[in-house]
Design a protein around this ligand. Structure first.
Ligand SMILES: [Zn+2]
Length: 303
């Protein structure tokens, strides 16, 4: 799933390319991606509006739509997008040919969007003024799009329940330590909880726990203050490093131009089962915690 660095990379790309564009058309072959409103209503709500701002909150993308009246920007509504497991927005140009099962979506520009198979699962296309289209490629079709007023979206339960942004000053050991004392489960599962900290997922939780030398199964309530300090620093460090490298593309994630990120080439433990630990050469282990896997060094990260 795209985590904070991947979503941030896409948001930065989108801001550069499509900010200010007007939504002139909307197409989907996967109506279930639209949540909370009927497809026709969704279309009606967004057509003719300008994309005035694009922001990230946790792993969500918010497209602020509005109009310019007498030279002033007036934001009226928000499209809330969650790319979920395999979704990623792409800026490109496509042509939809045929109907029903034989329908084909043909990329019109050469390069990664046309060549990389993970960019070929186009489920949604927004036509934009200026000629670009905003596509959503999503192999597994779990992505979600909804639209509402700024108030409705920003105050939705989904948004309000999010914890502080992992890279904000609000996310500190002073915030985290007292919360962990109440959590009688593994530190890995606590870090994946978006209500505790927004934006961290499986990859960067594993990477940060390795840097902080904490076993992923360690009971969160037993961590010492010094360990929590190290952990918070480690989380910020791996996220910043990955943003600089434009995210991790172990399987399906691609940036808004369809290109792979660079963090997977420098992963310390994630996806490295059986390979030597970067600090002590012990083979990296992979275990299951709940439904998710965790990668760690059994020597550097003692339980
Ligand atoms: Zn090690």
């Amino acid at each position: 799933m795209p985590e904070l660095p991947e979503v941030q990379t896409i948001v930065s790309d989108l801001r550069k390319k499509i900010l200010g564009g007007k939504i002139t058309g909307f197409w989907t072959n996967t109506p279930k991606i639209i949540k909370g409103v009927a497809l026709n209503k969704f279309r009606k709500e967004i057509l003719g509006f300008l994309i005035l701002d694009i922001r990230r909150r946790g792993k969500n993308i918010l497209f602020y739509l509005g109009k310019i009246q007498k030279g002033k920007r007036k934001i009226e509504k928000v499209i809330l997008a969650h790319q979920k497991m395999t979704g990623h927005f792409l800026i490109g140009k496509w042509k939809v040919v045929g109907k029903g099962k034989s329908q084909k979506i043909i990329p019109l520009i050469k390069g990664p969007i046309a060549e990389d198979p993970f960019n070929q699962y186009i489920r949604v296309i927004f036509n934009l003024s200026g000629g670009w289209q905003l596509g959503l490629s999503d192999l597994r079709k779990f992505a979600k799009l909804t639209v509402g007023s700024v108030e409705e979206i920003e105050n939705s339960k989904e948004m309000r329940s999010l914890g502080p942004e992992a890279l904000s000053s609000e996310f500190s050991w002073r915030y985290l330590y007292p919360l962990l004392l109440k959590k009688k489960k593994s530190i890995k599962s606590v870090l994946l909880d978006q209500e505790i900290v927004a934006g961290v997922g499986n990859i960067y939780a594993d990477e940060a726990l390795f840097l902080a030398k904490i076993h992923p199964q360690k009971n969160a309530s037993t961590l010492k203050i010094d360990q929590v300090k190290k952990l918070v620093q480690a989380i910020k460090k791996v996220l910043r490093k990955s943003i600089a490298l434009r995210g991790t593309s172990i399987i399906d994630y691609r940036d808004a131009f369809g290109r792979r990120g660079g963090y997977d080439k420098v992963c310390l433990v994630y996806g490295r089962e059986g390979l030597p630990c970067p600090s002590c050469s012990t083979p990296i282990k992979r275990i299951k915690i709940g439904q998710r896997s965790a990668h760690f060094c059994p020597r550097c990260q003692k339980q």
